[in-house]
Design a protein around this ligand. Structure first.
Ligand code: ADP
Length: 301
């Protein structure tokens, strides 16, 4: 196991920010650590990275107990903290060399060059960090997190505050880097989990409320499938109601519809067959992933 957390708690005075949580993350997994603001995500991550001590429970990283040897576990962890604290007056290259020195990285110049290429900072490498956009600062944050080639990456809200284009780019980068590492990524954004993660751990008020494959979580709790479809002409509602298993139809505009079904068969196929039978052309057909959102809401309410 890359990360093993057992009966972990953290108290701030009387308040339990993290309350008796247990989970483990296998080598190579990409885990979404999901929960509303204040759920205890950052606190958990700070304990795993050894930045704050646990009140109770144990944490092992690559088999090493954090409470006994956090210097060793830190060597195996790359950490991008929330809000990515950086030295804004330092130059990109200078900063990465500075971090590399702390980790005693060998062939440092070469390694920094490699990192700059990997995260796409070639053009910005001679700029001051303070001059960079938020998206590029995140790239610097990711580069410093992996410069010592750790096995485990802990990313605390890595895409918060990014614009839609930066968001896609940073997600792609995390996916690319994550291919060779174990990644634990916290977020309060569901789409993030859907875009990047294999498994999702949901936390609410310091307690673990779900731990499952993202796909299982959707199927286990709710069979509802929703598709967005645009036909080449308006279709009468009573005709659409003949689609097998259909439970709800909503006309979005003109000839565009949201169709909801409880069928176990793939709703896209069913709609395609229906269109063929009634000489309709499909101009757009898209699955709407609504169920994970429902699960999240019901678990964290
Ligand atoms: P999340 O990362 O999910 O938004 P946090 O781990 O930051 O949640 O916070 C969990 C709870 O612990 C919140 O209620 C927060 O106010 C509280 N908390 C976090 N850090 C401290 C601290 N240093 N002192 C007191 N309370 C804290």
């Amino acid at each position: 196991m890359s990360i093993e957390v057992k009966n972990l708690s953290k108290y701030y005075g009387e308040q339990a920010a993290v309350n008796d949580i247990t989970f483990s993350i296998g080598k190579g997994e990409i885990i979404g650590f999901l929960g509303p603001n204040g759920a205890g995500k950052s606190t958990t991550m700070k304990m795993i990275t050894g930045f704050i001590p646990a009140t109770e429970g144990s944490i092992h990283v690559c088999g090493i107990p954090v409470s006994v040897d956090s210097i060793e576990t830190r060597k195996r962890i790359g950490y991008l903290p929330e809000n990515n604290p950086l030295y804004l007056d330092m130059y990109v290259k200078e900063y990465l060399e500075f971090v590399g020195k702390i980790y005693k990285v060998k062939n440092l110049k070469e390694r920094v060059k490699e990192m700059i290429q990997l995260v796409g900072l070639e053009v910005e490498q001679n700029k001051k960090i303070g001059m960079l956009s938020k998206g590029y600062r995140q790239r610097v944050g990711l580069a410093q997190a992996i410069i010592h080639n750790p096995d485990v990456l802990i990313l605390d809200e890595p895409t918060s505050g990014l614009d839609p284009n930066q968001l896609v780019e940073i997600r792609e980068l995390i996916k690319r880097i994550g291919k060779e590492k174990t990644v634990m990524l916290s977020t309060h954004i569901l789409q993030e989990v859907e875009a990047i993660c294999d498994r999702v751990i949901i936390i609410r008020k310091g307690q673990l409320v779900a731990d499952n494959l993202a796909s299982n979580l959707q199927v286990a709790t709710d069979n509802t499938q929703v598709v967005y479809v645009e036909f080449d002409r308006i279709v009468a509602k009573n005709l659409l109601q003949k689609i097998p298993g259909v439970s709800k139809i909503e006309r979005v505009s003109d000839s565009r519809y949201l169709i909801e079904s409880q069928s176990v068969d793939d709703l896209r196929k069913i709609v395609a067959q229906f269109a063929q039978q009634h000489n309709l052309l499909i101009l757009t057909l898209r699955t709407e992933e609504k169920s994970l959102e429902k699960v999240f809401k019901s678990l964290t309410k």
